[in-house]
Design a protein around this ligand. Structure first.
Ligand code: 0X9
Ligand code: ZN
Length: 429
């Protein structure tokens, strides 16, 4: 529960954001962390006084369910329960009244703590988390990177979301720009498919900033001239913006689809056509693991699909999520291991190496639970690109400003390692 308390405390602090996209630099962006750490209260407050959840959180509960079996965890996902934390014999997540009643009937619900509501007037990250970049700030930063490095970088939109926002992607390639095809081996880094996992957008955005600043380092220079690199920090910008819409967090995961039953959102990481809506996904539109009316029903997943399908040069991919400190490789939707022995060995070896650089645990995606329809499973199955799901570090979706620097640094190392094998991922085995 410490993670919740910290998030609660952080989000009640109000002050103006400090971000400026002018002359963006990696050190400058990270230096802002120091100036904000002083605003984070050191001591936790009693749970009863913590009340920073937004209106969206009203009527929701933080629920603990006794379970130790993997099959039961998968069944919980199917019942519409998004497992957020896992202990040896217990899992935690959010549920509204209706879901809580259904869960209580079928599972051993041990604890349920109501979330109170709090509405603030700003439309941005809570002040203590002003280091995080909202959608406009993310675009401004990417645009400036592209403008300042126009010989090797370009910015284009993968497509528009359900609310009409562009899914921006920075491309790093010294010969091809925008959507022009390239035959160079490609790597694709994607963040924020899940709305509330904001740290994933920071890691990918700062990766882009770092690469541009280090463009003349011998190894980076080599990757830039031989590879086709894509970085899309916000794959679900509608959800990410909704999650911070009142200046306090909404604990929102899905996209902004309007479901026929009046509920909101499809889980984009259950909407891809990889055993779509079989195990570990819910057909209940209100649930956090709702798979949507059909595979690829959502514009966001359609655009990501088209992105992969029109770039058959992509060899490696990371979809960044949070939080579990894990590096996951296929399959996630099946307990099977991938059939191709070369791929299997490469997955394990590359995940292990990236695990050493991040201190995250490499494992088969379905080891924790089986969940179908995820983007990395689909990307690997459809294109052969070695696709990983990272679950970043931290305790909670809102781990605060102080975590950003370490997470960014570690994940840049892992990402650069992935670039180092992208030309021939099988050389590692
Ligand atoms: O459940 C998910 O979509 C991912 N975890 S998260 O907490 N970020 O929501 C994990 C997806 C990969 N795992 C499986 N397919 N089992
Ligand atoms: Zn996620």
């Amino acid at each position: 529960m410490q993670k919740l308390l910290l998030s609660l405390i952080l989000s009640v602090i109000a002050a103006a954001p400090v971000f400026s996209a002018q002359n963006v630099s990696y050190d400058q962006l990270l230096a802002q962390l120091t100036s904000h750490q002083g605003e984070i209260p050191a001591a936790a407050v009693p749970e009863a006084s913590a009340k920073s959840f937004a209106a969206e959180a009203e009527g929701r509960y933080w629920v603990g369910i006794k379970t130790s079996a993997k099959a039961e965890r998968t069944a919980l996902l199917e019942a519409g329960f998004d497992i957020i934390e896992t202990e040896k014999d217990k899992v935690y997540g959010f549920a509204d009244h209706e879901l809580l009643a259904r869960l209580s009937a079928a599972f051993k619900v041990e604890t349920s703590q109501p979330l109170s509501s709090y509405i603030s007037r700003s439309k941005d990250f809570p002040a203590a988390d002003a280091i995080y970049h909202n959608y406009q700030e993310t675009y401004d930063t990417l645009k400036q990177l592209a403008d300042n490095n126009s010989d090797i970088a370009s910015l284009f939109s993968i497509g528009k979301t359900i609310e009409g926002r562009d899914i921006w992607c920075l491309r790093v390639n010294n010969s091809a720009k925008g959507e022009t095809p390239s035959s160079k081996p490609g790597a694709f880094f994607m963040g924020n498919l899940h709305a509330r996992e904001h740290l994933t957008a920071e890691v990918t955005l700062l990766l882009a900033v770092w690469l541009m600043e280090h463009r003349n380092d011998a190894d980076v220079k080599n990757y830039i001239s031989t590879l086709d690199i894509y970085i899309a920090p916000m794959a679900n910008p509608d959800g990410a913006e909704f999650d911070i819409k009142n200046g306090s967090y909404q604990y929102y995961r899905k996209n902004m689809a309007k479901n026929p039953n009046g509920s909101r959102g499809v889980d984009l990481n259950r909407n891809f056509d990889s055993w779509w809506c079989e195990a570990g996904a819910s057909t209940y539109p209100g649930s956090d693991t709702y798979c949507g009316p059909k595979a690829f029903s959502e514009p966001e997943s359609q655009h990501i699909k088209r992105f992969f399908e029109t770039r058959r040069n992509l060899k490696t991919h990371i979809s960044f999520h949070s939080y579990a400190s894990e590096i996951l490789y296929p399959w996630g939707g099946s307990e099977e291991e991938v059939a191709d022995e070369r791929d299997r060995k490469a997955f394990v070896k590359i995940a292990t190496e990236m695990g050493k650089l991040t201190n995250y645990e490499p494992r088969k995606s379905s080891d924790m639970y089986v969940a179908t329809g995820d983007s990395a499973d689909w990307a690997y199955a459809a294109t052969g690109a070695l696709s990983f799901t990272f679950e970043l570090e931290g305790r909670g979706f809102y781990p605060g400003a102080a975590i950003v620097k370490g997470a960014v640094e570690r994940n840049i190392k892992a990402s650069v390692y992935l670039l180092s094998v992208t030309a021939d991922p099988y050389k590692v085995i």
